[in-house]
Design a protein around this ligand. Structure first.
Ligand code: UFG
Length: 335
C-alpha cells in the first residue's frame, strides 16, 4: 500500500488485516508521521506489521519493494492533496502525483503485473449538472492541478489496462471522507491549519482554532450552504476490502472499473455543524463568511454500482461518524 501511513491508508490497513489479508505499508512520511501506523498495530494486534519508508517516485526503491514482497495487489494512496498548494505549485503536484503512479505501474509490469486500486476523488466530477452523480456522469475540466492529477491518474490506469493485460485496475471515487476509527486510535492528522471542514470543526471545538468560518450561506440550496456527501472513513475503508477481494478473486467484469464511494445522502455544511453540536453536546463557535473560491455548490453520490458489484454500502450514521471525529480530537488532546 503506497501512502499507507496516512488518514485513509491507516483505516484501510486495519480493515484489510481484519479481513485476513497480509499488508505491507509503504510511505515516505512527507505528510504524516507514524502515529496512525502505531495505532493500526495496536488495533490489529499486529506488532510486526511491515513498514517501508520509501518514495514511489524512486524507481530503485519501488523495485526493491516488489523484489522483497510477493505483491498481488497495490492500493495507491501516495500523493499530495492540498488543492490551494497545487494551484501555487503545480509542478510539485504533477511530478509527484503522476510520477509516482507511472513508476509504480512500470515496476508492477516488470514484475509480471498487478491488480491496482487507485484512490480517486469525486473532484473529477467538478460541479455536476445534477446530483446524485453516477460513474457515467461526465467528468468536468479540473479546477485545480490536484484535481487534474486525479483525472490524469484515472486515465493512466484506464490506458494501461487496455494496453497491458497483466495490469487490472479499479478506481474508487471518494466523496468526502470524515470521522475516525471507533477505537479513537487512528484518525485525520492535518498539518497546520486544516483545509477540510471536519478537522476544522473538531479543532475549533477543542480550542485549537478560535472560530469556524462557514464559507457561503447564499448558495441555491435549502439552507444556503453547500451540499456534500460525507462518507465515514471506516465505511470507506471497507469499500477497499471489497474492491481488493473482487480483483483477487477474479470477479472483475472489465479490466478497469470505477466506483463511487459515498452514501447517496446530501448534507449541508450547516447541518453537519448542527449535528456535530448535538451529538457531542457542545456549542461550536462559528460564523458565516464569504464563499471559498472553487467550491462547488452541491455534489453527492449515486453509490448503486458499488452496492451491486462490490456488495458494499455505507453503514455508519453521520451522528456516529461525528462522534468518532470528536473522540479522536479528544484523544489527540490527551497526548
Ligand atoms: N467548509 C467551510 N469551512 C471550512 C472548511 C470547509 O465552510 O473551514 C465547507 C466548504 O466550503 C465545503 C464543505 O465545507 O462546502 C466541504 O469542504 P471540504 O474542504 O471539507 O471538502 P471539499 O468538498 O471542498 O473537498 C473535496 C475533497 C478534496 C477535493 C475537493 C475538490 O475533500 O480532496 O473536494 O474541490 F480536492
Amino acid at each position: 500500500m503506497s501512502g499507507g501511513a496516512g488518514y485513509i491508508g491507516s483505516h484501510v490497513t486495519v480493515e484489510l488485516i481484519q479481513a485476513g489479508y497480509d499488508v505491507v505499508v509503504a510511505d515516505n512520511l512527507s505528510n504524516c508521521d507514524l502515529t496512525c501506523f502505531e495505532g493500526v498495530k495496536k488495533i490489529t494486534g499486529k506488532s510486526d506489521l511491515p513498514f517501508v519508508k520509501m518514495d514511489f517516485c524512486d524507481h530503485a526503491a519501488t523495485e526493491g519493494l516488489f523484489s522483497s514482497f510477493k505483491i498481488d495487489a497495490v492500493i495507491h494512496f501516495a500523493g499530495f492533496k492540498a488543492v490551494g498548494e497545487s494551484v501555487s505549485d503545480p509542478l510539485k503536484y504533477y511530478s509527484n502525483n503522476l510520477g509516482s503512479f507511472v513508476n509504480l505501474l512500470q515496476v508492477a509490469r516488470a514484475h509480471g503485473g498487478c491488480n491496482v486500486l487507485f484512490s480517486s476523488s469525486a473532484t473529477v466530477y467538478g460541479e455536476p449538472e445534477k446530483s446524485p452523480a453516477t460513474e457515467s456522469t461526465p467528468r468536468q475540466s479540473a479546477t485545480s492541478p490536484y484535481g487534474n492529477t486525479k483525472q490524469i491518474c484515472e486515465d493512466i490506469l484506464r490506458d494501461s489496462v487496455k494496453a497491458y493485460p497483466e495490469i487490472k485496475g479499479i478506481a474508487l471515487r471518494y466523496f468526502n471522507p470524515i470521522g475516525a476509527h471507533p477505537s479513537a486510535l487512528i484518525g485525520e492528522l492535518p498539518r497546520g491549519v486544516p483545509n477540510n471542514l471536519v478537522p476544522f470543526i473538531t479543532q475549533t471545538a477543542v480550542g485549537k482554532r478560535e472560530c469556524l468560518s462557514i464559507f457561503g450561506n447564499d448558495y441555491p440550496t435549502p439552507d444556503g450552504t453547500c451540499l456534500r456527501d460525507y462518507i465515514d472513513i471506516v465505511d470507506l475503508a471497507k469499500a477497499h476490502v471489497c474492491a481488493v477481494r473482487r480483483m483477487l478473486d477474479g470477479q472483475m467484469e472489465q479490466p478497469y472499473e470505477i466506483y463511487n464511494i459515498g452514501t447517496g445522502r446530501p448534507v449541508s455544511v450547516l447541518e453537519l455543524v448542527t449535528s456535530f453540536e448535538k451529538v457531542n453536546n457542545l456549542k461550536l463557535n462559528y460564523k458565516f463568511a464569504a464563499r471559498r473560491p472553487g467550491d462547488v455548490t452541491a455534489i453527492w453520490a449515486d453509490p448503486a454500482l458499488a452496492c451491486e458489484k462490490l456488495h458494499w454500502k455505507a453503514e455508519r450514521s453521520v451522528e456516529e461518524t461525528l462522534a468518532s471525529a470528536w473522540a479522536w480530537e479528544k484523544h489527540l488532546a490527551e497526548q
